[in-house]
Design a protein around this ligand. Sequence first.
Ligand code: COA
Length: 197
Amino acid sequence: MLFFAPFASLRLCVIVFNLPPNCSVALFVAYETLKTETLTRPRKAIVTDVPKMQKIINHFADRNEMLHKSLNELYEHIRDFTVMEEDGEILGCAAIHVVWDDLAELKSVAVASTAQGRGVGKTLVDHVLGEARELGLKRVFALTYVPDFFAARGFRLIDRNMLPHKVWGECIKCHKFPNCNEIAMMVHLDAPHVETN
Ligand SMILES: CC(C)(COP(=O)(O)OP(=O)(O)OC[C@H]1O[C@@H](n2cnc3c(N)ncnc32)[C@H](O)[C@@H]1OP(=O)(O)O)[C@@H](O)C(=O)NCCC(=O)NCCS
């Protein structure tokens, strides 16, 4: 469905504005660029963001798309989180959690339904990967139900058993354990194809 969305917009330009296809392509590219460029820069989360972040995360968790987060967990890990906002509203969040000297976990990537498809998710992920790189980390993993989104950001599928025991320790606390079907993915930050900002 997502794959066809750009083509649908392009077709709309041709039909609604009655433009020749090459003008429509230019208009479409300009629109796609503009909608990403008007986004504000990601920033570190502050405590007043937490209830809004929780609302976004738990909305998707209620639909079994990610794990629920309590206010307590979010306050305790506030320093891991980056957010993007617009007009005082939180558009989305992402967290980078250091696990060991060369390894971190990318967690809680969530974009409000009303803000999806504008580049918020990829901007947040690229930003926190940049943060991980600045911390001197070499590898970042994610446990996810949307592997294609992460694959486009340089992540590759891995065997879950490659992850350290510390991670499994956290999994054991999860209500889905051991019937969790999240997919494990890893990105190597020194790989040439990884974009971070
Ligand atoms: C997955 C999610 C974070 C994407 O956020 P978004 O802001 O809509 O994504 P973007 O607009 O930055 O899209 C970036 C690219 O990923 C693609 N994409 C977006 N959602 C996708 C999905 N669910 N599966 C595969 N690709 C996806 C887009 O088509 C876009 O491709 P392009 O760069 O070629 O145009 C968002 O849909 C979300 O919050 N989902 C619910 C929670 C969730 O599943 N989080 C994932 C971590 S467990």
